[in-house]
Design a protein around this ligand. Structure first.
Ligand code: AMP
Length: 313
């Protein structure tokens, strides 16, 4: 049952505060339904707490945990969601075989001191007569991931809008790893008057430069050198820019040279774009975004970096 918030934080003290819903002792509350999610987060808001939301699809790694850490540092209460969202997978993509390990995820989130974890079944999020999706349109959204994965951003926007609506977070945490997604979510938050601040966090990588990804569990040791070509191109672009390269086409050409003679990995795109519109640039500029995607046998890898930004290891 939802409650009407009648107090602000400054008026709530000690015994005056309502008991926290779903408190089961130590550790994060596990929420399976939207009703529970609403009840707990509205309780937090009534207490005057800022709420940080970290949406994930589980199979957590240090990248996800860096978002949790940012939320922990920036908000009074942290909610992580784990939901493999069928709406953002196209036909023939890996929804069925997407890695899932909820016990390990729960252990990691417990260790990271989140306050609650929302992990609903698909039927809770999308009942059989579910009919409302969020359509994303705008400069750049039909390029790169939008072109490679038709319907993907609509699926992302729909689940994010639902999470914002049910949670009412103060801030939500995303990463540059999914650079287009982060821009789309920020636009959605603004366009739908959600009042949610979007924090975009840096990409966490392995020491050799490979961006962490849940799907990396599928990488075999002999595929890793090929997978590293993405971060190699990003690194070379950053270094070339630092050395004075000004023509974006020369950086595009480097990608063709790096990937050209490889058999197993196939470059899908490698481009230098405006960080907001994703329009391809003619000239290199500090702050331009590098985006790259490649297919390695059955696995699709994406990566991103900023020209003049944090160097790739
Ligand atoms: P996912 O579980 O793949 O949907 O990702 C959930 C969130 O984690 C998204 O905001 C991703 O951009 C972010 N994320 C994925 N990989 C990384 C990484 N290597 N470093 C930082 N954040 C990441």
């Amino acid at each position: 049952m939802s409650r009407v918030c009648t107090r602000t934080r400054s008026t709530v003290t000690g015994n005056d505060a309502r008991p926290e819903p779903f408190k089961t002792g130590e550790g994060p509350r596990i929420l399976r339904s939207t009703a529970e999610l609403r009840e707990l987060t509205s309780h937090w808001r009534c207490q005057g707490f800022t709420v940080g939301l970290v949406p994930t699809m589980g199979a957590l790694h240090r990248g996800h945990l860096s978002l949790v850490a940012a939320a922990r540092a920036g908000c009074d209460r942290v909610l992580a969601s784990i939901f493999v969202n069928p709406l953002q997978f196209g036909p023939g993509e890996d929804f069925e075989r997407y890695p899932r390990d909820s016990q390990e995820d729960l252990a990691q989130l417990r260790a990271a001191s989140v306050d609650a974890i929302y992990m609903p079944p698909v039927s809770e999020v999308y009942p059989v007569d579910f009919a409302t999706t969020v359509h994303v349109a705008g400069a750049g959204f039909d390029r790169f991931e939008g072109a490679a994965r038709p319907g993907h951003f609509q699926g992302v926007a729909t689940i994010v809008a639902k999470l914002f609506s049910a949670t009412g977070p103060s801030r939500a945490y995303f990463s540059e790893k999914d650079a287009q997604q982060a821009v789309i979510v920020a636009r959605l938050a603004r366009d739908l008057d959600s009042g949610v601040e979007i924090e975009v966090c840096p990409i966490v990588r392995d020491p050799d430069g490979l961006a962490l990804s849940s799907r990396n569990v599928y990488l075999t040791p002999d595929q890793r050198p090929d997978a590293l070509l993405l971060s190699r191109w990003l690194r070379e672009c950053q270094l070339a820019f630092k050395a004075g390269e000004g023509l974006a086409d020369r950086l595009r050409g480097r990608a063709l040279a790096i990937f050209g003679d490889r058999g197993k990995i196939r470059l899908e795109y490698a481009d230098i774009v405006d960080p907001m519109t994703f329009a391809p640039l003619e000239f290199c500029a500090a702050g331009a975004r590098l985006v790259i995607a490649a297919r390695l046998v059955g696995l699709r890898l994406i990566d991103s970096a900023t020209l003049g930004g944090r160097p790739i290891p």
